[in-house]
Design a protein around this ligand. Structure first.
Ligand SMILES: Cc1cc2nc3c(=O)[nH]c(=O)nc-3n(C[C@H](O)[C@H](O)[C@H](O)COP(=O)(O)OP(=O)(O)OC[C@H]3O[C@@H](n4cnc5c(N)ncnc54)[C@H](O)[C@@H]3O)c2cc1C
Length: 442
């Protein structure tokens, strides 16, 4: 499997054999770039972020732009994620944000994350994107009594300071009304949040971008990026683009050496997803699975899951540390064991799909949407970019057009460098061991 820290190019890489790819065709690819063209803004990457940046540049700012995608739209994380549209990105809690900056900054970020979910919801309904939107609700399951106390104080904090739409569910209420989770100690429920079919959403965005006249060049990989006299020359496998500005939306699929503003500034991490066979009514009843809301737990090494419209259970968590191990079945088997422990009634249910994908983690645990010297980027969603990528694209387009964006660290500070970047995989390996130990004792 393509490993961004090892391979030099994401061109012509294997697509994920995901449940999503199995359930909807990608359609015909747009022509690749085969000549030299000029544009105002070149956007690298045809995932949610690249497509949404293009959309808002075109409709809100009236700026000429193109999208260049190394493979066909439907290759990157946007096509292989779990489809959780959540009010959040990065890994920082609101009290941590308030401590690092102040309460008004934490509140500003909360508002951005809330707007992100509203934005995706409005895009889906205004443009009739048929992407299997599920019911509202995001459940954060406490995996220990201590985690439950932390959820209670998080709920109290969010309600007091932000008027949040959250509520605490006791262990009994969770059991009676949502699921018979064998390890849960209760949950925090946030009303704003829902599941979607991620690939259908992506293809809906692609159609939207095409409808506003933005060219998308597929199977066109940017192999070289030369900055000359204030302009940018992007060399692709068969053509070239001369642009005034470049927006880099390649996420964790960007190769190791690409542009000095991005290189060594994020950690690509594998996330792994399994999807079971369709569950019978008897099994659903035995597992007490009554909800189609999206679910995640409070572990350091989190598991996330949801019941899909055809009664399959999607279950995800961490994958391998190194890309060369990504396809090893032991990671899917580990997820199945975790699923069995939470819902023993599913122990004999078959797994029909198992795939992985890269997420990009920033060293300071938060996304950065930044532009300097004609180079813009949006990176570091830390595994929560389905909702926020639309907001990031909107803000990136404003910033490229020279319009003000909210004065928040999300938009005002560049990605920090990862220290000892050559050893980041070993750091991740050590962190996983620490996480396993901590999750088992707390
Ligand atoms: C298994 C998994 C589960 C996840 N689950 C969730 C979830 O439930 N909820 C959530 O909020 N987030 C989730 N995420 C994260 C989410 O999918 C991402 O944050 C989001 O899709 C990022 O979108 P993007 O457009 O920035 O990047 P991507 O969708 O990864 O797109 C980047 C694109 O850039 C292209 N590219 C890279 N380099 C070049 C180049 N040199 N030239 C041309 N093109 C290039 C790639 O081919 C790729 O198509 C998950 C991620 C994974 C992997």
């Amino acid at each position: 499997m393509y490993d961004p820290l090892v391979n030099t190019s994401p061109f012509q890489q294997e697509f994920a054999q995901s449940y999503w790819a199995n359930s909807v065709p990608l359609g015909t690819a747009q022509d690749s770039l085969q000549q030299s063209i000029q544009t105002d803004i070149a956007i690298i990457g045809g995932g949610y972020t690249g497509l949404m940046t293009a959309y808002y540049l075109a409709i809100e700012q009236g700026i000429d732009c193109i999208v260049i995608e190394a493979n066909q739209v439907g290759f990157g994380a946007s096509a292989r994620n779990a489809g959780f549209v959540l009010k959040g990105s990065g890994r920082l809690s609101y009290p941590q944000m308030a401590k690092r900056w102040d309460l008004s900054v934490a509140k500003g970020i909360f508002n951005e994350f809330s707007e992100a979910v509203e934005r995706v919801d409005a895009l889906i309904s205004d443009h009739h994107i048929d992407c299997d939107r599920q019911e509202n609700g995001y459940l954060k399951i406490a995996h220990s009594p201590k985690a439950m106390q932390q959820l209670e104080s998080a709920n109290e904090y969010m309600q007091r300071h932000f008027g949040s739409d959250s509520q605490i569910l006791s262990k009994q209420v969770l059991f009676d009304e949502y699921m018979h989770h064998q390890q849960a100690h209760g949950a925090l429920r946030i009303q704003q949040g829902f599941g979607i079919h991620p690939l259908k959403l992506l293809l809906g965005y692609k159609k939207l971008v095409q409808s506003v006249g933005v060219p998308i060049y597929e199977n066109s990989c940017v192999e070289d990026w030369i900055e000359e006299q204030g302009r940018h020359r992007l060399i692709t496998n068969q053509g070239e683009v001369i642009a005034n500005k470049v927006v880099c939306c390649g996420n964790a699929y960007l190769p190791k050496r690409f542009n000095s503003q991005i290189d060594n500034k994020f950690l690509p991490i594998l996330s792994n997803v399994i999807v079971t066979e369709p569950l019978s009514n008897n099994i659903l009843e035995a597992a007490g699975l009554k909800t189609r809301q999206v679910v995640m737990d409070t572990r350091i090494l989190k598991y996330y899951y949801r019941l899909l419209p055809d009664n399959r259970l999607l279950f995800g968590g961490r994958g391998a540390v190194w890309g060369k191990d990504a396809a090893n079945p032991k990671y899917g088997q580990r997820l199945k064991r975790a699923l069995n422990s939470a819902f023993p009634a599913l122990s004999n249910s078959k797994v029909d799909f198992n795939w992985t994908g890269w997420i990009a983690a920033a060293f300071d645990d938060m996304p950065h949407i930044f532009e300097k010297n004609g180079v813009g980027y949006s990176l570091g969603y830390c595994g929560s970019g389905v909702a926020y990528s639309a907001q990031a694209g909107y803000r990136l387009a404003q910033s490229i057009a020279g319009q003000p964006v909210p004065d928040l660290p999300l938009y005002s500070s560049p990605l920090p460098s990862v220290p000892f970047s050559r050893f980041r995989r070993w750091g991740q390996w050590a962190y996983y061991h620490y996480g396993c130990m901590k999750d088992s004792i707390l």
